[in-house]
Write a new protein. Sequence first.
Length: 744
Amino acid sequence: MPIFNQRELCQLAANEHSKEKKSESSEDGNGKSRLKPALLTSLAVLILGPFLAFMVAYVAVDVPQPGELVTKQVSQIYASDGSTEIARIVPPEGNRVEVSLGDVPETTQHAVLAAEDREFYNNSGFSVTGFGRALIGQLKGDSDAGGGSTITQQYVKNSLVGNEHSLTRKAKELVYSVKMANEWSKEEVLQAYLNTIYFGRNAYGIDAASKAYFGIPVNELNTEQSAVLAAAIQRPSQLDPWTNREEAEARWNYVLDGMVEQGWLDQGARSQMQFPETIDPASNQPYSEADGPNGLIRNQVVAELGTLGISEQEVQTLGLRITTTIDTTAQEATVNAVENNLVGEQDNTRVASVSIEPSSGAVRAYYGGADAIGYDYANAPLQAGSTFKIVGLAAALQQGIPTNAYYSSAPVTLPGGHTITNVGGESCGTCSLKEALKNSYNTSFIRMQQDLENTTQDTADMAHALGVPDSLPGVEKTLTENGEQPYDGIILGQYLVRPLDMAHVLATLSNYGVYHDAYFVEKVETASGETLYEHDGGEGQRAVSEAVATQVLDAMAPIAGFSNGHALSGRPSAAKTGTTQLGDTGNNKDAWMIGSTPQLATAVWAGTDDNEPLLNAWGGPMYGANLPADIWQSAMNGALVNDDVEYFKDPEPIGWAAGGYTTGPAYQGGGTVTQQQQSTSEATTNAPATTTTQSPQPALPNIPIPGINQPPAQPAQEQPAQEQPEPAPPAGDGGAPLLPLIGG
């Protein structure tokens, strides 16, 4: 096959030149035509100059081999089953999934050739007349001059040289096209073209176009449908049948007639063909990046890919197949739990829910909101309220303070003279930490934290060990007071953490103290099947002893049933509620329920935007034992419906010494413990929790503590409550000045 048709180019140039230079020709006395020497020189330069330049460029340029040119393709995100598509990562060019030429029906190939390059199998990769038309147009100042590009030229323009209107770009296109035609087979060129050309409807490539126009894969296209797609290539936006049926059908007829002309279609069959109907572009949902809550999962996956060393270039060009940790049963149960339980609630109520598998750190369900491109509440820094008491309890257990250490629940005065009480003066007198956790007595836990070797810093360190990261978006250093030791309010949930973090903390405890990174990405493969990444979590790392973890879980065992009857169906759990108050308004702003089984740890948050009151369906304050517990119970029951019932290990004794145990330095309200079997001191975790109901309690008055300039406490107003309110800790690095906290 010749690389360049010199005779055609010379003839074209000579014809154009002769038209414009007729006036410069002359005849001698004998009637013979002659050309001036200068004109002959110009003609030689005009012909030989470009030819020599072309030859030099041809030798110098390297054309990538088939497979070396990367095209931006859609990366697909799947659930853990590897088949349920969750979302797509769509590059700026739009949807594209590469297919082999063997997957494209021959009639589809012929339709495209009839529309764009009927001489494809016979030309040298470029059109002399098309190039000449562009050349003359550029010389005359017509930047729109062009047309007649071969399929090879179109592919080169799209993949190598770009769309600039210039002679330089056109010359590059010519050189690359000729060399590609000599180094690539026609089949390789056609396959590359079909996988990259734009068809409209945000679809790049023939397979994406087939789905965008007809909702079927490319191998199911018939001749009529193929001609519709081929017709759209010339002007995709203007030739979409949905918006311009008349012009689209005219171009469709042109394509079919061309197929007949080339012998690719029988005239009799052609005469029987009817213009096919296309699908509504608005219904082309399979090509949206993600729907609803899945969009926020997509964002988490994209962010995690970056930490795994998979570049944005790879994500957008390799057509990645990304298998996530998301379990379809757990995710569906979570979404259903949220949607069903939100019915009848206030319109401004927002919800987040995260479920993590304790044994691996795999995120099995993730709900950050209903809007695919909206705010992700599961990833939002929020105040955790009394759910954080389990962190302080773990810190105490690590230092030998057992859950049956007895602490006073009387009001406690902090340095600076500020007094903390429990809601409405509620008190157990002196009771065990286990009882104090169930009733969420703030004063008992403040006293317990004071007994830790490094007081509040030990609570912060324990939180970091269990799964709270050192920093969050907008929070440079978590769980600190301007970089210094946190205030007493840390154990009451003063500082900012995410629902994702609280699920992670509980997952570590539910794995008996062994920490695994929380993660979304299980496996990443290229379109060609190469594995770029596969998660190997290993055995994890010990964060706390098994004894500490089992004691915390044992203390949490009765709470789900105690919180308005939210025990799980036929299986034990470990749970804790929490609520935070909206300043001194008497309303709440955050409500939590966290709880786990050995197989799954879930954190549920409910709140509002813009510091609006969090109200229940009847207009009263919402607590963790309300909507969050409803969602938690429903999501957990649904997620585990096919799983065997598993029980947590029996708690191991902690903190025993002859003659009993006394906590820390002497101070009013310090704890003591009796010598009885720790593992049987109260309800154990080897049987389902007993369902009980907590009676309503009045809300906590707004009590000032260090760091907040507040007036003296006012008497509490009587109002329904299912949880123990907490005092307002001081402000911290976690955000705006701290709002009062409520226990639960």
